[in-house]
Write a protein that binds this ligand. Sequence first.
Ligand code: ADP
Ligand code: CDP
Length: 208
Amino acid sequence: MPDVITIDGPSASGKSSVARRVAAELGLPYVSSGLIYRGVTYQVKRYGINPDDEAAIVRMLGQHPVQLVPLPEGNRMLAEGQDVTAQMHTLEIDQAVSAVARHPEVRAYVYRSLRALQPPFVVEGRDMGSTVFPDAALKFYLTATPEVRARRRLGERDADYATVLAELIRRDAADAKQIPPAPDAIIIDTSAMGLEEVVQTILERIRR
Ligand code: ADP
Ligand code: CDP
């Protein structure tokens, strides 16, 4: 059984749903790295920090840390011990998160939190295979067209299709630096695949 399995990809490519299902099949925890960036962004907004002010964000995190709780049925985000998970997947956080996540010191904070976790686990994000866990035993990278991804996300946001698509394309561009797949990642285009088909494709590869 591999120690760390990474599943990366752009927004609404299916990372978290697939990671949760694959991990459950393997009896492992799954870890959502994006939820930590979302938690940090929540705190930036809560404390009125300028998202461009890297030093102020790092200072704020020293006083008001966030904690990821990787439960098998769904990862939880705690901000100073308070469960704020329900507020993590909003258009407001979507629109602000990339600006916060681009700072090297914020990324270092998230990398430390992730590397402190005890393997084995399945971890999903953007740069899990390329940067955070370069020695992961198996790396997957999910893709799908922006239109397919926007359709998938539509029911999960209080917004219309055009707004969801525009926001997704904007975030792809804002995340461009951390989005390229690891050179050794197995790339799966999920545009015409159902969730279960993606899960089975990955499990088949892991068990090979
Ligand atoms: P990500 O973590 O990459 O943002 P999610 O796992 O949250 O993506 O998936 C976004 C939505 O799309 C969810 O409602 C999920 O059930 C659905 N979904 C994911 N993968 C597929 C797929 N291959 N086919 C159809 N729907 C999918
Ligand atoms: O589910 P979705 O892909 O839309 O978002 P997410 O995985 O929760 O990630 C939210 C944001 O966090 C991304 O848009 C990136 O700005 C940032 N992120 C990152 O920079 N690196 C990661 N490994 C994961 C997320």
